[in-house]
Write a protein that binds this ligand. Structure first.
Ligand SMILES: Cc1cc2nc3c(=O)[nH]c(=O)nc-3n(C[C@H](O)[C@H](O)[C@H](O)COP(=O)(O)OP(=O)(O)OC[C@H]3O[C@@H](n4cnc5c(N)ncnc54)[C@H](O)[C@@H]3O)c2cc1C
Length: 383
């Protein structure tokens, strides 16, 4: 059974998908349990991913990357997340936010900031969420005020991937106070060694423990004028566009996690006896596995359809929100059902299903909680 088979994946993404699977078998699966237990940053796996050309390679060839497109990145994410979501998140976050610089940045910004990430000499990150809200993007309070030489940032960000490890971040900050609350935000590049930038790791998580997020405090953090990305006041719309791509990829996180849950559960029920037979022989078990498989296939078909739609720019907001929601909730459902079929062993840490179950709780929240996605689906999905 190859749940992540190539048949729904466009041909140009097959090769990189095979590379990702090979890499996951060699470097992610064997290290998953250890990193989950220790909660340490998987530097060695990240470096191996960089050497394999599978990290930060969505950056275009012009700036030193492989120029992997949305479908190729999705194919990698399915494979990585099916192996281990925590390590996968670290690998995928290495270039988080770069797409914004590539699409909206100046040539000078691209040269200075994209090249070292594509060359895997630097790590990036994206700082949007704050301690008081992650959902209300027009309600964030970190400010960037103009000075004679540039901008000064004050405020806090929370949950930021690689806030401690990254060399620079793309930061979303408030630059205006107009009546149009969507026109009050802008994007900036902030180097993490700038005076007034402080970051520390947030407390230990229950899932995706091999990835690290941080709490940032900007205290009169001064950055040069030229670090504004795109136009002043355009930040909200830049993010909305960025999230359309990101949410298709997060759909792939859900698909990978669901595949992992189904594989673990399938193995377990064929190897465990109750009442003198394999529990796979109970019809109720078979029906649960049938349901898991149907949900998985439906979610995956939607995900690949959404990838095509978003790539072509057709109702991107609707398709991105729909697939993010469906795939990540399929992961939650499959892991929950898989837990039940594992019986008492489901709560033993040594069983991968217990990790998948905890990891699956996360993509239903990040890149916009699914309630926010449902708002977008309703608003943009009118017929
Ligand atoms: C592991 C992890 C990694 C992350 N990485 C990053 C990162 O790299 N950069 C970054 O900027 N952020 C990151 N985030 C933050 C993430 O995007 C936010 O957690 C998410 O947007 C939700 O924001 P919140 O946690 O503040 O929840 P809140 O905004 O406080 O919302 C809490 C809950 O309230 C409900 N809710 C809120 N608003 C509505 C509404 N309008 N309608 C209905 N219900 C609603 C939902 O149930 C929601 O889950 C990460 C989060 C996690 C867990």
């Amino acid at each position: 059974m190859d749940l992540l088979d190539e048949s729904v994946v466009p041909a140009h993404a097959h090769e990189v998908k095979r590379e990702a699977r090979e890499f996951a078998d060699e470097h992610i699966r064997p290290n998953a349990e250890e990193y989950f237990r220790s909660g340490e940053y998987p530097w060695d796996v990240l470096e191996a991913g960089m050497d394999a050309g599978l990290v930060a390679q969505d950056i275009s060839e012009e700036y030193g990357g492989r120029g992997l497109d949305l479908e190729q990145v999705l194919a990698i994410n399915e494979e990585f997340y099916a192996a281990d979501a925590g390590i996968a998140l670290t690998l995928m976050l290495a270039s988080f936010g770069c797409e914004i610089i590539e699409t909206y940045g100046t040539e000078a910004q691209k040269d200075e900031y994209l090249r070292p990430v594509a060359a895997t000499d630097q790590l990036s990150g994206l700082a949007v969420s704050e301690p008081q809200t992650g959902s209300d993007m027009a309600g964030m309070t970190t400010t960037a005020e103009r000075t004679d030489d540039g901008w000064v940032l004050n405020g806090e960000k929370y949950w930021v991937g690689n806030a401690v490890e990254a060399d620079w971040l793309t930061v979303y900050a408030k630059t205006g106070d107009g009546d149009d609350r969507y026109g009050n935000y802008s994007m900036f590049i902030v180097e993490t060694d700038t005076a007034g930038y402080e970051a520390q790791h947030i407390p230990e998580k229950i899932g995706m423990r091999a990835s690290k997020q941080g709490h940032i405090i900007f205290d009169d953090c001064e950055i040069p004028e030229e670090n504004l990305v795109g136009t002043e006041g355009g930040g909200f719309y830049v993010l909305a566009d960025f999230f359309n791509h990101g949410r298709v990829v997060v759909g792939g996180h859900g698909i990978g996690l669901a595949a992992h849950a189904i594989e673990e559960t399938w193995k377990f029920v064929h190897d465990r006896e109750a009442f003198g037979r394999d529990i796979a022989e109970f019809q109720s078990t078979q029906h649960i596995l049938a349901d898991m498989r149907m949900e998985f296939e439906a979610a995956r078909a939607l995900n690949w359809r959404a990838a095509r739609k978003v790539k072509q720019g057709e109702d991107a907001g609707f398709w991105a929100a729909a697939t993010k929601t469906k795939s990540t909730e399929t992961a939650v459902d499959c892991s929950e059902r898989g837990m039940q079929l594992h019986g008492g062993r489901s709560v033993l840490e040594e069983y991968p299903i217990s990790r998948v179950y905890r990891d699956a709780r996360i993509p239903v929240i990040y890149e916009g909680a699914n309630e926010i996605q449902r708002n977008l689906i309703y608003r943009q999905g009118d017929i």
